[in-house]
Design a protein around this ligand. Sequence first.
Ligand code: GLV
Ligand code: GLV
Length: 305
Amino acid sequence: MRIVVTRRVPEAALVELRALGEVWVSPEDRPLTPDELRKAVEGASAVVSMLHDRIDASVAEAAGPGLRVVANVAVGYDNIDVPALAERGIAVTNTPDVLTDATADLAFGLLLALTRRIAEGDRLLRARKPWSFHLGFMLGSGLQAKTLGIIGPGKIGHAMAKRAEAFGMHVVYSGRNDPVEDLLRVADVVSLHCPLTPGTRHLIDAAALKLMKPSAVLINTTRGPVVDEAALADALLSRRIAGAGLDVFEHEPDVEPRLLELDNVVLTPHLGSATVETRTEMALLAADNVTAVLTGAEPLNPVHH
Ligand code: GLV
Ligand code: GLV
């Protein structure tokens, strides 16, 4: 059986996959182009995919009738046309749970970096600018007694809430069936943890940003297109809101250029799950899902549409 891995993964996962069949790993240090991806999957029984791979009907067709499972090494699976694959009897799996804490840690880290001006202070020192301690120097704002609004109360949202409670924050939630407006009006911090779906694309647009407090900040560690990035840049430039901490971008890997100029924005390059431990667990879980399907068992983490 041929197993295609679209980008390098931790060795432990390859060891597991090699026990099942012939494993091809992309040698490229970049995402495969759509054409390269279609070529790579020819004859595959399983594909281990990354969140930057668009897996649609054309990829399934290119693989041929032997394709049984696409194991995405991510909790999000907006890059996969699940109905098109399901129609062809191809299982789709993701990697939930193993990245919950790592992602919540990064979200909270962005929040602290923003409200306590950590990245900005680091830039100041590296620019070798003169400075001295004084009582009004580089004041941020405290999190204690502030309200965190969690949009998307899943596992990562709840892990974020737990961290916030430890810091003395109040937490409010908004899920799929609650109007987000109430949360936007009261939250001092709005943190996004909903998956990207047609219903959440541009959930945070100009109108939503207008509802936020001028003192509020936005944290996004889910998927870039949940936020209208141009509208966010407008809101930050006009001080409609106080700041943003962003790990994901609407047109990844590109970043809206105006955001790069702003000191009240902290940016990281999609590092939510990026710890040695978590990435290893994610790759192993994807391999476990491939093993399950190719040995005739039920997938461990099937996704449904
Ligand atoms: C990362 O963004 C993931 O969905 O796992
Ligand atoms: C992800 O696992 C989530 O439900 O937030």
